[in-house]
Design a protein around this ligand. Structure first.
Ligand code: ADP
Ligand code: MG
Length: 894
């Protein structure tokens, strides 16, 4: 019988694995907004979003409401890594009956304790509290917390039943009581559960403590979860401590099969049968009872205490956790065990003593094992949700069972290693329990609030309101009109260049064409085959050395011809003279489809002798110099036009082209009657806006922040391409870098230390923004980026870095949308429509690869131009296809 009893208390490993799985499922259920209310593991958000980093400083008052005492505590932190906090405390006994009386009386009593404590205590001067004394309130009851300092009591427990508190904000109640004591400099800043306090005291140098397990009368655990997974709280970035309230695990029956008859008896005799099933297997309030029921059953089966009187065992609560722990901690001999049992009024034989000890060990060992199951569920969950291969984490421990049971730590460590081999938990004892931790929570909360204010001050100027964007839209519209006007064109910042492309494709275009693409990141030569089956092409990328970009125009165009000849050779095209379309992505004054004067270089090109010249002619002259006769240039076009044309081949509604890559620009189909710079009033013509220069006349100066100005000044064209410098890939990374430098200087990031690498111009690439802003699981990649920049970043640094990137890329997308809004609204008005349906062909790596840019553009555009129904198509190789399509239209006309 005794063996059977012991076996029933021993849970096989496979069963533990299954239990861990159930626990993880229940955790997810508790975190999800939809299933939270039915979840057994409550997963309550605590609104504690960070752990101490050692810079916390000042005096912090703590009030802890305990079973029958009030503990007041004054903690002084010196910003020295929390190595040597100073602490003074006092314990007050609660008057008889107060815990069942009126709520107001309870809070008045607490406030009196605070008042008396402060009167007796001198608060050290730390010169950082600004006259306030922040207070952390440890309130170990189940609350619905909606802020760190707002928590509605859901229900009393542990013998408390004060009236008029359930459903009320207990922070508010405490603050009112404190104010009544004329202590209005004391501000209740944070409310927390004791588990959270434990976690907060275990933070050591280097790695924060992110889990706490309290194995006490009840049992509970808290840990730092990814905030976006805590759906019941609004917070989405960073992490938030979640109070698991795992005591109710199993209340839906998932633990029924491991419940022994002794557990069932304990449950039936408890004041809440059927509830808190997990807690009843592991809480010290119940372990003595489980042993007692096991002994009663075994006596009935004549396995122990045969023939002796066990009346003493029949009384509820006769066997306490202290008895159990004393019995099992006696490894040597049975005399102590015998004595303990005799004091209880039993007459054990030597054999009885041994068996009682075995039962006690089994019950307590099981409790430790089940704690390990819970811990391993948390560990694996954290490891998965942080996208880690191995999780290394500190776990704070506290509670009667942990302190009283010698093997608790060993079992917790061993079993959780078996169940979560991918996780490495370092177990740490809590220092001074929840009180000091509460001071830490309060200190961290104040540190974060100060950080938030400072961050908002830096990022504020980069955040645009709807009104700001409407203003940009209106200004763009104004500049567009000026650019189109015959007399205003010369001074407009948006040049509105005619392209001599008057039709989008109709799908009947046919033939083979050569195409050149110059002005993007790569120079390419292509051959494009347009047939009934669609468009196919082959291409080759050629490098334009920096020396050639910035040398003479002749050398640049000679190089281009060399590349074309190489391409024709490789493609076996030497004998044919194919019509050539030239995508040339720089602002040009176009006089005809194949005649275009370069207005200015952009994007790092400065080749001499080109500005003011006809680019097509420059190419033809180079061909002559190289004695290459098989070249027939029929059209020159901007890449925006190429993009619009290539998307237009598939979608006739596509009448806008947009680029957001190295630079940014747009084109669209304008009515000829509005184009003052070209003769004729019939039909439409595509206008290359050259909107990158929008603002060069100063009209956007109000949007420029100190960061934008620094970036602009370090470019080769300061004061030029102002709109582009707020939006495109060439600049966003550098803007972010400037912000990071300022934030570091203000001690908001990287502990105030910027690495020499971070001080290198252009080292922060725009593609980093894409990686960093990628939702959820990118923290590891963020770390990789920061490591490459030699930056020692904390988790909070990573979260702040993400916020900086989001702010910069959001502003870029919104400005781009404001520009587009001006375009689509003008088109709608041109056509006298109430509602315009139009498509935009888009190219550019920033638009295509950034995880939020396109969504942000589209969302903002909907807000700004609600009467336009705009769809976006990504262009596949627009420059090549588009050049061929323009060439096809041109050679058909010729
Ligand atoms: P171009 O505009 O020169 O024709 P792209 O459209 O490829 O060329 O854009 C290049 C720009 O895109 C570069 O300035 C770079 O900063 C940016 N970029 C490259 N990769 C990414 C990425 N993953 N996310 C966002 N931007 C990127
Ligand atoms: Mg491009």
């Amino acid at each position: 019988q005794i063996q059977r009893a012991l076996r029933s208390l021993c849970i096989p490993l496979e069963r533990l694995h299954i239990m861990k799985g159930h626990m993880m499922q229940d955790m997810c259920k508790g975190l999800s907004r939809q299933t939270h209310s039915q979840a057994k593991v409550r997963m309550l958000p605590t609104y504690i979003c960070s752990t101490p980093n050692g810079t916390e400083k000042g005096n912090f008052l703590v009030v802890e409401l305990c079973q029958n005492q009030i503990r007041t505590l004054l903690v002084t932190l010196y910003g020295d890594g929390n190595m040597s906090p100073q602490m003074v405390y006092k314990i007050f006994d609660m008057p008889e009956g107060i815990v069942q009386g009126e709520g107001e009386a309870l809070f008045d009593f607490i406030a009196q304790c605070v008042s008396q404590f402060l009167a007796e205590t001198t608060t050290p001067d730390t010169s950082s509290s600004e006259g306030h004394l922040p207070l952390g309130f440890v309130f170990p009851f189940t609350c619905r917390q909606t802020q760190l300092d707002k928590a509605e009591l859901l229900s009393w427990s542990k013998g408390f039943s004060c009236t008029g508190v359930v459903g009320k904000d207990v922070v508010q109640m405490l603050q009112s009581a404190i104010n009544k004591q004329e202590l209005s400099h004391v501000k209740v800043v944070a409310l927390m559960n004791d588990t959270v306090g434990t976690m907060m005291t275990c933070c050591t140098e280097g790695r924060p403590c992110e889990i706490a397990v309290v194995a006490d009368k009840g049992s509970n655990c808290c840990f730092m979860a990814e905030a976006y997974l805590v759906e019941t709280a609004e917070e989405t970035s960073g992490r938030m401590c979640v109070n698991t309230e795992w005591g109710c695990f199993g209340d839906d029956g998932t633990l029924d099969d491991i419940f022994t008859p002794y557990d069932k008896s304990v449950d039936e005799e408890s004041c809440n049968p059927g509830e808190k099933r997990f807690e009843k297997l592991v809480g010290t309030l119940y372990l003595g009872e489980i042993v007692r029921h096991a002994l009663i059953a075994l006596t009935a089966e004549k396995a122990v205490f045969t023939g002796s009187d066990i009346a003493a065992l029949k009384e509820k609560g006769a066997f306490t956790i202290q008895h159990v722990l004393n019995i099992i901690n006696n490894e040597d001999g049975m005399t102590d065990v015998k004595r303990i049992l005799e004091v209880l009024g039993l007459q054990p034989t030597e054999r009885d003593c041994g068996r009682v000890q075995q039962i006690c060990r089994a019950v307590v060992g099981r409790a430790a094992t089940l704690h390990a199951v819970g811990l391993s569920a948390i560990l694996s969950y954290m490891c998965q949700t942080r996208d880690l291969e191995t999780l290394m984490v500190n776990v704070g421990l506290d509670g009667e069972l942990y302190k009283g049971y010698g093997r608790f730590e060993e079992i917790l460590q061993g079993v959780s290693r078996l169940l979560s081999p991918e996780c490495l938990a370092t177990l740490l004892p809590s220092k001074d329990g929840s009180g000091r931790g509460a001071a830490m929570v309060t200190a961290v909360a104040l540190r974060l609030a100060a950080l938030r204010r400072a961050v908002d001050e830096v990022l504020g100027p980069l955040r645009l309101t709807h009104a700001d964007l409407e203003k940009v839209q209106a200004l763009m519209r104004q500049e567009m009109e000026r650019g189109l006007g015959k007399h205003t064109n010369a001074t407009a910042s948006v040049r509105m260049l005619p392209t001599y492309v008057s039709h989008t494709p109709d799908g009947t275009e046919r033939g083979d064409f050569l195409a050149l693409d110059l002005g993007g990141t790569n120079f390419r030569v292509l051959v494009v085959h347009v047939s009934q089956e669609g468009i196919s092409m082959a291409s080759e990328i050629y490098v334009i050395p920096a020396a050639v970009m910035r040398g003479t125009g002749e050398a640049l165009f000679d190089h281009i011809i060399d590349c074309i000849m190489d391409f024709q050779m490789k493609q076996n095209l030497m004998t044919q003279t194919l019509p050539l379309g030239f995508t040339f992505s720089f602002p040009c004054q176009q006089v005809g489809l194949d005649k275009a004067l370069l207005l200015t270089w952009t994007k790092g090109f400065t080749a001499s002798g080109c500005v003011g010249q006809d680019v097509v002619q420059l190419l033809r002259e180079a061909a002559q110099r190289k004695q290459h006769s098989g070249l027939r240039v029929v059209a020159l076009l901007n890449d925006t036009v190429g993009t619009m044309m290539s998307c237009g081949y598939d979608d006739p509604k596509c009448e806008i082209g947009l680029i957001v890559g190295t630079g940014t620009n747009a084109c669209y189909m304008e009515e000829m009657r509005n184009v003052g710079t070209v003769e004729g009033d019939q039909g439409r013509m595509c206008i290359n806006m050259e909107w990158g220069a929008f603002g060069d006349n100063g009209c956007l100066d109000h949007l420029f922040t100190q960061f934008d100005r620094v970036v602009d000044e370090s470019t080769i064209n300061p004061g030029k391409q102002r709109f582009e410098k707020l939006i495109s890939g060439m600049y966003l990374g550098e803007i972010v870098r400037q912000i990071l430098l300022v934030m570091t200087e203000k001690q908001l990031l990287f502990q105030g230390k910027a690495s020499p690498k971070l001080q290198t111009r252009n080292i922060f690439q725009t593609k980093f923004l894409s990686t960093i802003e990628f939702n959820g699981l990118a923290l590891r990649q963020i770390r990789t980026i920061l490591n490459e920049l030699d930056l020692d970043a904390s988790f909070e640094d990573s979260v702040l870095l993400r916020e900086v990137c989001q702010t910069v890329s959001l502003r870029a997308a919104q400005l781009c949308a404001a520009g587009l809004a001006a375009v689509v609204e003008k088109m709608r008005e041109n056509r006298g429509l109430d509602q315009l349906a139009v498509s935009v062909g888009v190219d550019g790596t920033l638009y295509k690869l950034h995880p939020r840019f396109s969504t942000n553009v589209q969302k903002t555009l909907k807000d700004l131009a609600p009467k336009c129904d705009v769809s976006f198509h990504l262009s596949e190789d627009g420059s090549g296809k588009g050049a061929a399509l323009v060439a096809a239209v041109a050679s058909r006309a010729a």
